[in-house]
Design a protein around this ligand. Structure first.
Ligand code: FAD
Length: 406
């Protein structure tokens, strides 16, 4: 990397799960990488905090698993749902054949800090915090870098390849003029924390009732709660007294009792809008989008981080050698899309099916009933390995194919 302008082999925009994993893997393989992250740190509450067995498997392949699991985390072996008044175990990760037969809840900033710390061990890893990409530099129809506002002022980062990993509101895909297909999402999510008591349930817990859905994630001394609402209805709801919202939560989970009073005002509740979309084409000459920038994922199944990380691994597997040789072509970029497009489509089809058949009708007031597939999981525990595999590993899992540079 040099300064004024900065030159590097690969400029990655966005220090989320996709960008940090791609940056780490490329630097580990001897590629010079600049990662631009617009925030000063990774501290963000209410981001997805799930690390799936497939990501843990990658940590295992990288020889980082023991160090990773020394960070504070909670293990989750099964996912449980309450549909009306029927309680069902929907997935059991203990049935997987991976090194870790559990899912881990870990604050996302710890995961990203871990990747940053390990990335810094390589000379070619340059993470710039407080650096917001504002546009692309193009020459003869090819992207040759990115412009950014950094702590030192406006900067140009010249690169053989720009990777857009800047999430579902991606500036990069917009500046590149890449077309987005919006698949629609009928819901948004209100996030909040409520205290957890030692004798509460100890699982990820979803409660479905006519008119409302509450997902509760066990975070040790508190529950991370997601109250699902109809898309676009937050403004109206948040004009009402917070006491109304407390009553809505109690209607779904009366056992929370006076704990709902911990929500003193709407300041204690965060709105997260949900998007489900994808790019028909993830690349242009000199530019590739991965993670949510290529395909925004809904929170259903908590698989977005998993997919973002898997994209990063596929990108590193396919692009390391061309990057080292300074010879990345559109064919290489097309190979990354071809590899990851199918898992994305399958996962989004699953999320759409749940949106349309379960979440949409329930939010519109239909009384939820466990579908036959869910009843089968209850009757035949061995079947719980199937959703565990889909959620925990996903389709077409990636493996580390790059070697650490000498
Ligand atoms: C309500 C909600 C809950 C969710 N819960 C889960 C969950 O529990 N588990 C799960 O797996 N998935 C969950 N998801 C999905 C998950 O958050 C995403 O799929 C995942 O974070 C995508 O990772 P990413 O690295 O592609 O993008 P992001 O995580 O969005 O990271 C993008 C990064 O780019 C940075 N950035 C953006 N613009 C710029 C710029 N111009 N310049 C520099 N940096 C920039 C951002 O600050 C950010 O750090 C949830 C989604 C929603 C909406």
């Amino acid at each position: 990397m040099s300064t004024n302008p900065i030159t590097t082999q690969c400029c990655i925009v966005g220090g989320g799960p996709a960008g940090m994993m791609a940056g780490y893997l490329l630097a580990r393989a001897g590629v010079d990488v600049v990662v631009l992250e617009k925030h000063a740190d990774f501290l963000r509450d209410f981001r997805g905090d799930t690390i799936h067995p497939s990501t843990l498997e990658l940590m295992h392949e990288l020889g980082l698993l023991d160090a990773f699991l020394r960070l504070p985390h909670r293990k989750v072996e099964r996912l449980v749902g309450e549909i009306g008044n029927v309680r069902v175990t929907m997935a059991e990760f203990t049935r997987l054949s991976t090194a870790c037969k559990f899912l881990v809840f870990m604050p996302q900033w710890d995961f990203l800090d871990f990747l940053a710390d390990h990335g810094r061990r390589y000379a070619g890893f340059h993470l710039m915090m407080n650096a917001q990409a504002t546009g692309l530099i193009e020459r003869d129809g090819r992207v040759v870098g990115a412009r950014a506002n950094t702590e030192a002022g406006a900067a140009e980062i010249r690169a053989d390849l720009v990777i857009g990993a800047d999430g579902r509101h991606s500036t990069i895909r917009e500046r590149a003029g890449l077309k987005v297909d919006d698949l629609g999402a009928p819901m948004d999510v209100l996030w909040m924390r409520l205290s957890r008591r030692p004798d509460d349930y100890a699982e990820v817990f979803g409660h479905f009732e006519a008119g409302g859905i509450l997902i509760m994630v066990d975070r040790g001394d508190y529950w991370q709660c997601a109250y699902v609402i109809q898309k676009g209805s937050a403004d109206e709801l948040m004009k009402r007294d917070i006491a109304d919202f407390r009553r809505m939560i109690l209607a779904l989970s009366p056992w929370l009792g006076e704990r709902v009073n911990e929500l003193k005002s709407w300041d204690d509740v965060k709105l997260l809008t949900v998007a489900l979309d994808r790019l028909p084409q993830w690349y242009r000459p000199g530019l590739l989008c991965i993670g949510d920038a290529a395909h925004a994922m809904s929170p259903i199944g908590g698989v977005g981080i998993n997919l973002a990380v898997q994209d990063a691994v596929a990108a590193a597997n396919i692009l390391t050698e061309p990057l080292r040789a300074g010879a990345v072509t559109v064919d290489h970029l097309a190979r990354v899309q071809a590899r990851r497009q199918w898992p994305t489509r399958v996962t989004q089809a699953f999320q759409r099916a749940i949106q349309n058949r379960v979440i949409g009708p329930v939010l519109a007031g239909a009384q939820p009933k466990p579908p036959l597939a869910v009843k089968l999981l209850d009757w035949f525990p061995a079947l719980r390995g199937i959703p565990a595999r889909f959620i925990g590993i996903g389709v077409r899992p990636e493996h580390i194919r790059t070697k650490e540079a000498a």
